[in-house]
Design a protein. Sequence first.
Length: 372
Amino acid sequence: MAKYRIAWLPGDGVGSEVMEAAKIALDTLKLDAEYIHGDIGWEFWMNEGDPLPQRTIKMLKETDCALFGAITSKPKDEAARELKPELQDKGYVYFSPIVRLRQEFDLHTNMRPCKAYPGNPLNYKDGIDLVVFRENTEGMYGGVEFFPLPQSVFDALCVHPKMKKFGDKSPLSEIALSTRIMTKKGCASIVRQAFEFAKKFNRRNVTVVDKPNVLRETGGLMIRTAREVAKDYPNIPLWETNIDAQCMWLVKNPHDYDVLVCENMFGDIISDLCAQLVGGLGFASAGNIGDEYAVFEPTHGSAPKYASQYKVNPIAMLLAAKLMLDWLGEVDMGTRLENAVAKVIEEGKVRTYDMGGSSKTLEMAEEVARKL
Ligand code: IPM
Ligand code: MG
């Protein structure tokens, strides 16, 4: 029996192409693993009304962790129109499968490294090395939303003096409500992960990013909790910034920052910004990590316009495999994989279209494999 059982979730579009690239690297490393394919993605939405079928969830529960390619995700109404005719108007509602995986497996920590590998022509500036810790199950991704606004919810919210004016302006049938629910436990956990990482890897500082001047209660909870947690790490300074200013400063002085920690939505936004500083989504990997399970993915989407062309950059996917290896405890393999990727970037002989080259997805993977 293999040492690890890994769920293999290619998903949509270029997802399966970059997963093929990851397989080349993992096989070259001789990872002792069995890979179990899981159905996930748009095809299963259109044909079954569920992009993350129960059989896939069941299979995931029997594995150590999952590697995930990419998923097409669309707003609710657009998604509903693409259901096969027999499933139309039957009440199926599209929810992003990656968001569901994070919720169902309580993958509370999303870790997103953004490193400017030397020689990458797409680096905004050399020497950038950021890691974003994004809370992954709460906040605006908690899924507590309403449209139209039920009378009972409106009435309950009217305990707040500022609520009534919305009812005066519009009928409830024309009011939408999304919530940002954050818990002290969730805030403390993500901040602690950020500090633990900073301590382990000798990082210079941790920056907690929110907007407590406007989102006074949720933002306030995040900042107060961060201060409490920071007391356990007296040698690592905690910086506090607002999300808007932080975006500006990351563009202005990216070298000042090191480990960033945010709630879910701000982490989503700022991690795309950080990714672009080091070459774009083709270089950005993510680990969705819980206490017992984890899902590793590139942060790019399924890129439908490039599907079947084998042209997208597999580096984000390869770096996601590196994060998986580290998480499994195969740190030596993880380091070798990252070094091989870094070497290929530095040599610059094999480059995908985004890097100004014409190499294909699997050529890049094979070059990385040669370096291994
Ligand atoms: C990400 C993505 C997802 C998110 C989408 C695909 C639902 O943008 O992983 O950052 O918003 O979390
Ligand atoms: Mg995102």
